[in-house]
Design a protein around this ligand. Structure first.
Ligand code: S3P
Length: 166
């Protein structure tokens, strides 16, 4: 089976949906942020603070390279993974890329308690989220084979849409 790459802004439900695919379809789950934290033995916030964003993005590219030679994986990508065209190209070669979308208000509700998203620390408001989302909109949409709006839907419904390819 080809890999399934879940992309989208922070807090769009990539991890939850990926977990569902692991549980229901026995796909092997990879949570990119978690992999990086384990590999580096420190938090994403610490990696950004200590080494900068470019270092983190290099770790993401290395992971995508690794996945791209495997099959039957469900990968919950970091929200910025698609910012590098080379990552998107590798993902498309080895699987289906599904974009999850949600309204900025929904996203804020989901992420506001967390302090481990350096791009949102100090920017935890709807305006900032909407602005960053707008900046990335074209990249997200052009990277996706399938786009799913998740607001008001259950995880099961979202997965059903992914499988149905709607
Ligand atoms: C980022 C998203 C985060 C994490 C890092 C940067 C981004 O992942 O990789 O904080 O640039 O959108 P999640 O989308 O899993 O929160």
């Amino acid at each position: 089976m080809e890999n399934l790459y879940l992309i989208g802004f922070m807090g769009t439900g990539k991890s939850t949906v990926a977990k569902f695919f692991q549980d229901e379809y026995h796909m092997k789950l990879f949570e990119m942020d978690e992999e990086i934290v384990q590999q580096e033995q420190r938090s994403i916030a610490d990696i950004f603070a200590g080494e900068g964003e470019a270092y983190f993005r290099n770790l993401e590219t290395a992971l995508v390279k690794k996945f791209h030679s495997e099959t039957s994986l469900v990968v919950s990508c970091g929200g910025g993974t698609v910012l590098r065209p080379e990552n998107v190209a590798m993902m498309k070669k080895s699987g289906k890329v599904v974009l999850l979308r949600a309204k900025p208000e929904t996203i804020l509700e989901r992420v506001k308690q967390s302090t481990d998203r350096p791009l949102l620390n100090g920017n935890m408001n709807v305006e900032y989220i909407a602005e960053l989302m707008e900046k990335r909109k074209a990249i997200y949409e052009s990277s996706a084979d399938l786009i799913i709006d998740t607001d008001g839907k259950s995880v099961r419904e979202i997965c059903g849409e992914i499988i149905g390819g709607k």
